[in-house]
Write a protein that binds this ligand. Structure first.
Ligand code: ASP
Length: 444
């Protein structure tokens, strides 16, 4: 099986981390294609190389001297090369980079984090270095030209004898203009490589052992999620449990390549496997995970005989659309409905939105209820199983938590409850305590 192994910034932050990466790669001959981010933080107050390079751009833009900033970036790479006895001429290459700065584009500057880190890692692993500028092809609008990229990546596998290192995060247009993915986009590079060379597994190495069934800041020691579907992961990530760049999912999902999240600092931990379906085990957890976010706002609109009026809800929604506000949920009653939106999205505009709704649809009343927290209980095994939602509402009731909103996704893989911000942590606690370890036995 071909595995693409992508290592994030903290996994390549210094020589100690480089050694862990080499051990991981050497322990499995299938790990023939490696993608790296730029060296990240070595400790919590440290800086990521990418952030420092963005700062270099800002200095250049405002004509401010950045000699010492550049020296601190160079030092990070010099240190890695020195600690690992690498031959790559960091100082010469860095001097060349600095000489070119007056003519460099911002993309070129920022992508050097991955380029230098990749050069060092390639030498350390003994893998050929393939420059992403030569193989990841962008259209001018910033999207990836998958066809050209696939041809070039496949050629690269042949030229390199079937193993190479690719720096993540950047690529270039056919006429050689460098382009970047969005922040954290090394994950996307890895996914594209996995797809283009038909990998059997896309490994994403980071500093956590995959997804957890609940936020460890709220629940002590939540269990890890070993298997999750893409759909469940989208639900959890949307509610804040994010481990992976979301856009990295699509290239591999479309061709059914599983992603495994692994921890560089604890490589024996299983991590999380994300795939299209995940029902091969007889005993599985009822709930895959719980995630949630605070500070939603409900706009509650009431009008007698509204149900007889066509287009009422649509008109309210189009007002929100005109403010560029996306709508999370629309619980409806016969003569009323609420629109739930993200509080941050309407911070400036809520009064004008309410005024527009008043004017355009003349409701009998309209109330804004802030401080709503949404909790999503996600699990493919909840689907078509009677009683789960009843039990969730039951434990919340027993804990004295008032439920302000309820929705269930159409596939029945998530149940979303809205509670007061103040009840958020307690609600997650009681749901996790009751269901965190609950298992179901699947009929095979
Ligand atoms: N180095 C880039 C960033 O910090 C991309 C990545 O790490 O994936 O955003």
């Amino acid at each position: 099986m071909i595995k693409v192994s992508k290592f994030g910034g903290s996994s390549v932050a210094d020589a100690t981390q480089f050694k862990k990466v080499a051990d991981i790669i050497k322990s499995d001959p299938d790990r023939r294609f490696v993608v790296v981010s730029a060296a990240g933080k070595r400790f919590s107050k440290d800086n990521k190389i990418t952030d420092l390079l963005l700062l270099v751009n800002a200095h250049i833009q405002y004509g401010v001297d950045c000699t010492s900033l550049l020296a601190s970036i160079e030092e990070r790479f010099v240190e890695i090369a020195r600690d690992l006895n690498l031959k790559f001429p960091v100082s010469e290459e860095f001097a060349r980079f600095v000489d070119n700065l007056p003519n460099a584009t911002p993309e070129f500057v920022v992508s050097r984090g991955e380029w230098f880190t990749g050069q060092l890692m390639a030498e350390y692993l003994g893998y050929p270095f393939v420059d992403a500028a030569d193989v990841i092809v962008f259209h001018h609008d910033g999207t990836v030209d998958m066809e050209r990229t696939q041809t070039r990546l496949r050629e690269a596998t042949v030229h390199t004898g079937g193993r190479f290192l690719l720096p993540g995060f950047y690529g270039s247009t056919v006429d050689g203009q460098l382009k970047l993915f969005k922040r954290g986009g090394g994950d996307i590079s890895g996914a594209i490589l996995a797809r283009c060379i038909d990998a059997g597994l896309y490994e994403n190495w980071t500093d956590v052992s995959g997804f957890l069934a609940a936020d460890p800041r709220i629940v002590d020691n939540p269990r890890g999620i070993h298997r999750i579907t893409f759909e469940e992961m989208r639900e959890l990530s949307y509610m804040g449990a994010s481990v992976l760049q979301e856009e990295a999912i699509f290239p591999v999902r479309e061709v059914n390549i599983p992603i495994q999240i692994k921890n560089t600092n604890a490589p024996d931990d299983f991590g999380t496997i994300i795939r299209e379906t995940a029902n091969e085990h007889a005993r599985e957890h009822l709930i895959t995970g719980i995630a949630g976010k605070k500070d939603f706002v409900g706009i509650y609109v009431q009008k007698a005989h509204m149900s007889n009026e066509v287009g009422f809800v649509r008109r309210a929604l189009s007002i929100l659309e005109s403010y560029g506000v996306s709508v999370e949920h629309i619980p409806t009653g016969v003569d009323s409905f609420s629109i739930v939106v993200n509080g941050a999205d309407v911070k400036e505009s809520i009064y004008s939105i309410v005024a527009d709704i008043q004017r355009d649809i003349k409701p009998d009343s309209i109330n804004v209820l802030p401080g709503l927290a949404l909790i999503s209980v996600v699990g493919r095994n909840m689907s078509r199983r009677a009683g789960t939602s009843g039990q969730i509402f039951g434990v919340l009731g027993e804990a004295g938590i008032n439920i302000r909103m309820i929705t269930q996704s159409s596939q029945e893989i998530s149940i979303i409850v809205g509670v007061q911000n103040e009840d958020f942590e307690k609600a997650i606690h009681v749901i996790y305590d009751r269901f965190g370890d609950a298992v179901v036995v699947r009929e095979q």
